[in-house]
Design a protein around this ligand. Structure first.
Ligand code: GUN
Length: 305
């Protein structure tokens, strides 16, 4: 058996086109355009890459972007004051503070200072609580992207056994909540789980979000399962040759041993080109949702969950 490769890049491109169309229609109706503020603190190279991609996608969709960069010497009080300013700015409908933050900043204090109505990351305590209690909320972008792919691949998820590997606030935990909301039986493995393989072997759906390259082996996958790989790990790839400085070239791999799993699963996301592009598309979607709520417009039907 060879699994179907789930093309997250194509699905995300379609979603971004739909968003662009909806944004343009709302602008023509005189509602203005959604605005997204992206706040980056410090000079973490991975965060810089992610923020650049998010800003580019925002602009391509016709959403106004406001980019703010602070040195990592910024104080917590300064950041809190800045978030309050964005909360009060009517041209800003969504606010994203890129994580991780420098160690001297209290991450939760910053996240919980964002107005819940502008919390397009879905990290604010109010949105986390609303998701956990089945109320409408902003949903973190990566799990929302995974759920979109799963529903399209499998239809109704009711009764399926879903194992989520990884329990972060950004991916694993909200993913488990979403799967529970879709009536799955949810198993969660984390770094203290004694036998992760045993939990994965039961799963009709595997969501791998541990951040450990190749953690999930091919023989852990139940034949016919659907595998969503959230991991984006850069590893040495000596087979690609050397860089000018003599270090080996690198490549991106997921948390799943793809070459083995693809022979057992029914469907699987690749890395890159699977979940990653969906995360950015879902950020745009959440920004449009925030805009619609704030201007009193119903979410365009083609974007409804
Ligand atoms: N860092 C890694 N992933 C994310 C994300 O989805 N949102 C924010 N704000 N920071 C991140």
């Amino acid at each position: 058996m060879t699994a179907r490769i789930i093309d997250g890049r194509a699905r995300a491109a379609q979603l971004r086109t739909d968003i662009k169309t909806a944004v343009s229609a709302m602008q023509q109706d005189g509602l203005g355009v959604p605005g997204l503020a992206v706040v980056l603190i410090g000079a973490d190279p991975a965060s810089e890459v992610y923020v650049r991609s998010k800003l580019r996608a925002t602009q391509e969709a016709g959403i106004e972007s406001f980019s703010h960069h602070f040195d990592d010497t910024v104080t917590q009080a300064e950041l809190l004051a800045f978030v309050h300013k964005l909360n009060a700015d009517p041209s800003v409908h969504g606010i994203l503070v890129q994580l991780p933050l420098p160690a001297h900043i209290d991450k939760l204090a910053i996240i919980n200072a964002i107005s819940p109505d502008k919390d397009v990351d879905g990290f604010h305590l109010e949105n986390v609580g609303r998701l956990a209690t089945g109320q409408s909320s902003f949903v973190p972008c990566t799990p929302l992207g995974c759920l979109t792919l799963l529903r399209e691949e499998l239809g109704d998820l009711r009764g399926m056994v879903a194992t989520v590997v990884g329990c972060s606030n950004i991916v694993g935990h909200p993913m488990a909540e979403l799967l529970l909301k879709d009536d799955c039986t949810v198993l969660i493995a984390h770094k203290f789980t004694r036998d992760t393989a045993a939990l994965v072997r039961q799963a009709d759906i595997v969501v791998a979000a541990a951040g450990v390259p190749g953690l999930i082996k091919g023989d852990w996958i139940k034949p016919g399962a659907c595998v969503i790989d959230v991991g984006i790990n850069r590893v040495p790839a000596p087979e690609k040759g050397l860089n000018a400085d003599g270090t080996p070239k690198t490549k991106l791999v997921g948390d799943v041993d793809f070459d083995a799993a693809v022979t057992v699963a029914n469907a699987i996301t690749p890395v890159p080109g699977g979940v990653g592009p969906m995360t950015i598309a879902c950020l745009l979607l959440n920004t449009v949702t925030a805009f619609c709520t704030q201007v009193g417009r119903e979410q365009p039907a083609n974007l409804a969950a």
